[in-house]
Design a binder for this molecule. Sequence first.
Ligand code: ATP
Ligand code: SF4
Ligand code: MG
Length: 337
Amino acid sequence: MTNTQTTLEWDTKLDTEDVVLEVENFSVHYATPKGDVIAVNDVSFNLKRGELLGLIGESGCGKTTTAMAILRLVQPPGRIVNGRVTIDGLDVTSLQGEELRRARWRQMALVPQGAMNSLNPLMRIKDQIADVIETHEGKQPKKELKERILKLFTDVGLPSRIYNMYPHELSGGMKQRACIALGIALKPPLVIADEPTSALDVIVQRIVAQTILDIRDRMNVSMIIIGHDMGLMAQLVDRLAVMYAGNMVEVAPVDSAYAEPMHPYTQLLIEAIPSIKERKPLKLTEGLTHDLRNPPPGCIFQFRCPHVMDVCREVRPQLKAYKPNHEVACHLYEEGI
Ligand SMILES: Nc1ncnc2c1ncn2[C@@H]1O[C@H](COP(=O)(O)OP(=O)(O)OP(=O)(O)O)[C@@H](O)[C@H]1O
Ligand code: SF4
Ligand SMILES: [Mg+2]
């Protein structure tokens, strides 16, 4: 690609049919003694029913903060400073108290980063699931509750013999699937799984990924999968959303994102995927080049971009669709630049 390459802006609006999640101009800051860390900066994206969206980007780019803020779980010193999130038409950003508590698990659930370690070691898996169900739906008849929990185990590929087991009696992959079972216990339309396959070996990663695909097919649940592994994402998700330093830089159908990545950062990420067929030097990208409390004017990626132009240092590029459903925030594709 050259700096002179331009593509006409795609003028068809993104298909907005059956959108479950709509995130609009979302910003989240963390207060620190030296000023606000801008962890999520004016991010907009959506998620359709039954869709798997992969949220990717290097450590510290704001993936977990985005997830936690969508679910209204960001704790001080973090705070949502701007934007709106709707799930199935429900404005989550305006919910308070009991309404918010009811919406969690029912409308939206999180399988948190390091979820395996968040299981209560003193409670059997079945009791932890029963707890979620009964907290939201009241006391349930014992037999029906047991059947429902066993069905959830089947949904996530866990054997019924773990019914009476404690977390320490399960393997890592089983614990991760138990956490997914907790997330889908109340059949919420939206589940966010934060690095569900990290800390698992490669084979178990594939099993957990297959579990996620099975659940999507069976329950038509919409999921955001946060991760680092571009290879696994390619096989798992329908669309890819790439974040850099708190900004959404590219959102595209997965085939298009891998075959024709448009943002220079996505291009670097894809070039860095190791291949055993073709031995090439690993092209590693460096970490964030600026303090998140003091982002530069213009493009957030300017200090690492091989195609940087004068305009990039002054004007922030907006996320726009230049191909069907393929959005990118980069001046390279704007006409007349
Ligand atoms: N409590 C906090 N106070 C100040 N800054 C914070 C706090 N929590 C997170 N941050 C900053 O917000 C930014 C985004 O963090 P976040 O955890 O969302 O990143 P991430 O993309 O999930 O990273 P990872 O891949 O390592 O999980 C980081 O730069 C981080 O240092
Ligand atoms: S807008 Fe950013 S990513 Fe695009 S060419 Fe300029 S510096 Fe690079
Ligand atoms: Mg994280």
